[in-house]
Design a protein around this ligand. Structure first.
Ligand code: GLC
Length: 435
């Protein structure tokens, strides 16, 4: 779980090589998908825009009013998606999304207004254009298998048409990292990377357009374009097997879609708690932890230790305290002794620290690739927000791994939501220009 300098360098080399292969359309575990977003906001955007944000912890519909390229008003409503819908078939899921959109639009009294909608669909897609996104595979907590290889925009448009009770027009589909980059650019013009550390993990960045081969629409002299790396899948082809531990194999075996999204399973919120649980369960079985305690059945149950609990235990390590750790173990029916507490806190630290280091290795590599004088990384996601130590470790590791590079980490709150409305405004502007 702890990497040597040589291992860190090897991960970095493999990441560079997979990125190059991906962008040149050669077999690679990094998709390096073109998002067809070639520019950011220019300050002329105005009017009302809708956003739909599907894929993370929350499902939301948003309305954003823009003036001079910046949000001046925002309305948001959260909706709950049941686990039956998450792993059922595509039509009921998209019917439900459409139902939520129309509920929201009608509650705003906007059912007769033609509203452009940006759809944040935070799953790997093959994009044929800004408003066509073919689902490659589900990840995280979703698995409606009959939607794979289908266009998410088309599924949404058809569901909206079946209802026919609003005038919503889907104008763009995007990834949450892309929304975060665009939202970040309204806070800091040096933003060139969008990062999500939430239920899943992924990043996108501003790439030189001449380096991008997959470009299906007509080019119009674009200088840059946002590339969605889809780094969650890094290592799915075996290139990262040298860091895989037995704990990771077990974590993968307990996940919704096995043998897929290798890298994400080392770092993201959906999995970090499970990595910790697998280690604690192993130590318990080997008689090294909770000795004398009756084995806690719930700790042996996959999925029982969620990542927010890891963050709470980490908070104890930061504060030099034990209270969160005791309380959490108490809920598992365990009364820990001093050693148990130290071991549990140590395991949470090791797993969290590995996540921070892996993310930092990739970010440091990206800073070199983008090669601009100053680069701001816009970050969002529940794990980043709630884990007390990730940000600090990341700053430290990125500085060490990309010496001399000037970078900043900023929190682009709700990038996946607001960013979708901003991207739909960019989409409208590009369309008008080409007409
Ligand atoms: C998963 C998805 C990716 C998304 C990330 C963060 O890795 O495949 O598209 O950006 O989760 O939500």
């Amino acid at each position: 779980m702890r990497f040597s300098v040589a291992t860190i360098r090897k991960i970095q080399d493999v990441f560079i090589s997979e990125m190059n292969k991906g962008i040149h359309q050669q077999p690679s575990s990094l998709q390096m998908e073109n998002t067809y977003i070639p520019e950011l906001l220019d300050g002329t955007e105005e009017g009302l825009y809708l956003a739909l944000d599907l894929g993370g912890t929350n499902f939301r519909v948003l309305l954003l009013e823009l003036a001079h390229g910046a949000p001046v008003r925002q309305e948001v409503k959260r909706y709950y998606i049941s686990s039956e819908l998450r792993v059922g078939s595509a039509i009921p899921l998209f019917d439900y999304l459409a139902e939520c959109v129309s509920d929201f639009v009608i509650s705003q009294g906007l059912q007769d207004v033609e509203l452009p909608l940006g759809f944040t669909f935070s799953f790997p897609m093959v994009q044929h254009s800004l408003d066509v996104g073919i689902l490659v595979t589900w990840t995280k907590t979703f698995n409606c298998s009959d939607a794979v290889n289908k266009d998410a925009v088309r599924l949404l448009r058809e569901a909206l048409d079946r209802r026919g009770d609003t005038k919503v027009k889907v104008v763009a589909v995007l990834n949450d990292t892309t929304g975060t980059l665009v939202q970040g650019s309204t806070l800091d013009p040096d933003t060139a990377i969008g990062l999500i550390l939430g239920t899943g993990s992924n990043a996108c960045y501003l790439e030189r357009a001449d380096r991008v081969e997959h470009w299906e629409t007509e080019r119009h002299g674009e200088r840059e374009v946002i590339i969605d790396i889809e780094w969650g899948a890094f290592g799915d082809n075996g290139v990262l097997d040298f860091i895989k531990t037995d704990f990771d194999r077990e974590n993968d075996a307990n996940s919704l879609i096995v043998n897929s999204f290798t890298f994400e399973k080392y770092i993201a919120g959906k999995y970090l708690g499970e990595v910790v649980r697998v280690i604690l369960a192993r130590l318990t079985k080997e008689g090294l932890l909770f000795v004398g305690e009756s084995t806690s059945e719930s700790l042996l149950t996959p999925g029982s230790l969620t990542t927010d609990l890891v963050s709470h235990i980490e908070q104890d390590s930061v504060d030099g305290d034990d209270s969160n750790t005791k309380e959490i173990l108490g809920k598992f029916g365990i009364i820990p002794d001093e050693d148990d507490i130290r071991i549990v806190q140590y395991v949470c630290e090791v797993a969290s620290n590995r996540a921070a280091l892996l993310v930092s290795i990739c970010l440091a590599t990206l800073l070199d690739r983008i090669d601009k004088e100053r680069i701001t990384i816009a970050v969002d996601g529940s794990l980043y927000k709630h884990h007390p130590r990730l940000e600090g470790w990341m700053k430290q590791y990125i500085s060490l791994l990309a010496p001399g590079r000037k970078f900043k980490l900023i929190h682009a709150e709700d990038g996946s939501g607001k960013g979708a409305a901003l991207v739909s405004a960019i989409a409208q502007r590009l369309k008008k220009r080409l007409q």
